[in-house]
Design a protein around this ligand. Structure first.
Ligand code: AMP
Length: 214
């Protein structure tokens, strides 16, 4: 049976980086709700503006809008088999909606917690940079680009810092995670669908742990 792999972890735990590696190396599509919301900034509609404001504050976008987006995206042909969700579900309502979607798509849900201590998260988030062209993720402390502030694959692209990676938004994002998303770990644990990996260590170490669970 195909799976919906759900990566759960605080902001900065490295879900996005690992999901992208799975896509590159195993051809498993990665669906990131955060990336999809960020793409909306290119359209100048009232909804897009509202989403940008919510994101910048570090709060969550509404469950209904998020679900519609996930449902539309995962109904495309590339998601006919197993796919990875990065950053979804994040609330109990979203978790319930995902159960319906999994039933509809005849897939089983496998949740994987990416665990990283709190002090490390702050460092990672404030040091995070990404390429505006290919989305490659760097970190000024732990994974710097070869040339300062320039993508290794796109020499013309200056790396960007996410608007919500400043200290204030980061604190709100961590609080929101604790309050709304962390309880989902119990939810998946109780139904025997939770596995856990240690999100500290090198990219390759984390990836190899993840790969074993998939
Ligand atoms: P991320 O890139 O996953 O850290 O997401 C960035 C921001 O997008 C979050 O802080 C939220 O504002 C919004 N977002 C992403 N995924 C969700 C979700 N599943 N539910 C609600 N808001 C989300």
């Amino acid at each position: 049976m195909s799976k919906i792999i759900v990566l759960i972890g605080a902001p900065g735990a490295g879900k996005g980086t690992q999901a992208r590696l799975l896509e590159e190396r195993k051809n498993i599509p990665q669906i990131s709700t955060g990336d999809m919301f960020r793409e909306m900034k290119n359209s100048d509609t009232p909804l897009a503006r509202e989403v940008q404001e919510i994101m910048a504050s570090g709060k969550y976008v509404s469950d209904e809008l998020t679900y519609q987006m996930v449902k539309d995206r995962t109904s495309r042909e590339d998601c006919a088999g197993t796919f990875v969700l990065d950053g979804y579900p994040r609330t109990d309502v979203q978790a319930a909606q995902l159960e319906d979607l999994a039933t509809e798509q005849e897939k089983e849900i496998q949740a994987i917690e990416v665990d990283v201590p709190r002090d490390e998260l702050m460092r990672r988030l404030t040091g995070r940079r990404s390429c505006p062209v290919c989305g490659e993720i760097y970190n000024v402390y732990s994974k710097p680009p070869k040339t300062d502030n320039v993508c290794d694959f796109h020499p013309d692209a200056q790396l960007t810092h996410r608007a919500d990676d400043n200290e204030e938004s980061v604190s709100t994002r961590l609080e929101t995670y604790d309050e709304k998303t962390k309880p989902l770990l119990d939810y998946y644990e109780r139904s025997g669908r939770l596995k856990k990996i240690n999100g500290e260590g090198s990219l390759e170490e984390i990836y190899s742990e993840l790969e074993k669970l998939i």
